[in-house]
Design a protein around this ligand. Sequence first.
Ligand code: SAM
Length: 299
Amino acid sequence: MKQLFYLSFWFFQTRFLGKKKPLQTVLFISDECNLACKHCSVYNHTNPHRKTFEEIKEELIYSYRLGSRFVDFEGGEPLMWKDGEKNTNDLIDLAKEIGFFSTTITTNGQFPLTACKADSIWVSLDGLKPYHDEIRGKGVFDKLCKHIAESNHKALSVNMVINSINYHSVRETIEFVKNNPSIQSISLNFYTPRTLEEDPLFLDWEKRRELIDEIIKMKKEKYPIMNSISGLKYMKTNEFKKYCWITNFILPDKSRFDTCPMQHIGVCERCGYCMAGEMTSVFHFKLETIFSAIKLRMK
Ligand SMILES: C[S@@+](CC[C@H](N)C(=O)[O-])C[C@H]1O[C@@H](n2cnc3c(N)ncnc32)[C@H](O)[C@@H]1O
C-alpha cells in the first residue's frame, strides 16, 4: 500500500509537475566478467573495477535520496562480486534496509542461482544453444539451462538481445520460454551499437519491424513476453519521446548519470533497449504497460 502510494505520488510529480526524478537505478557493481560476449562491452578482463561494499552502499543511498526505489545490480557479472566475506546477497539485504522496494540481478547464468536473494533474476539468453553459444561461448547455454532448472526462484525471467546473428532464433526462444516451467517471461531487446560507426551486429530496420510484428502476434497469443504491445510498437521506428531519466545509472568506474549514459554517445536513434519504449508507455499512461510493470516489480 505504502509502495503504491509512493508510485502514485512519483507519477503525479513527474507527469504533472514536470519533475525529473528517477524511479529505478542501474548500478554496475563491477566490470569483472567470466565471459566476453560478442555484443557486449561491459567487461574488463585485465584490470577490472571492483567496488567495495562501502562504495556501493554510498551509491545506493545516493540513488535512494534521488527518489529511486528499484535497483538492478549489473556488471560485468554481478554474481562474481565479493568484498571480503560479503557477496551480492549482502548488497540485496543492504538495498532492502535502505528502503528499496525491489532488487534485481542481471546475470549470465554461469553460477548457481539457488541462493540468490534478489526479488527478480534476469538471465541473459541470446537464443537457443547454437546462437547463444556463438555469441557467449561454447558450453554457456547448457550451464545456463542447468542453473535455471535448479534455481527454484519464483521470479526468474530471461532477457534476449536480438542482433544480426541470432534474429532467426527469436520465435524458438520464446517457445522455449513458454515450455520451461522455471522461467516466468522473456524480455526482448535489440542490440544497441556503442558507437556511431557501421556495426555488423546491428539488425536492419526492416528485419526489426518484421520481427516486432511477429512478437506482437505471439504476445496476443499469450506467450509469456514481458514487453508491452505499446512498448514494442515504439521500438519499430524509435521515433518517440524518451523518458530515460526514469532510470539513473552508476557505472563500474563510479561515474553517475541521471539518464541512460548512451545518450551522451548519441546512439539513441539506434537504441534497442525495450525499457526506453516501456518507460514512454508508462508515461503516456498505457494501462497494459503500467499493470505489467507493477506485476513485474511488486509482489
Ligand atoms: C552488460 S550485461 C551484464 C550482466 C551479465 N553479465 C549478463 O551477461 O547478463 C547486462 C545485459 O546487457 C545486455 N547487453 C550488453 N551489451 C548490449 C548492447 N550493446 N545492446 C543491448 N544489450 C546489451 C546483455 O546481453 C545483458 O542482458
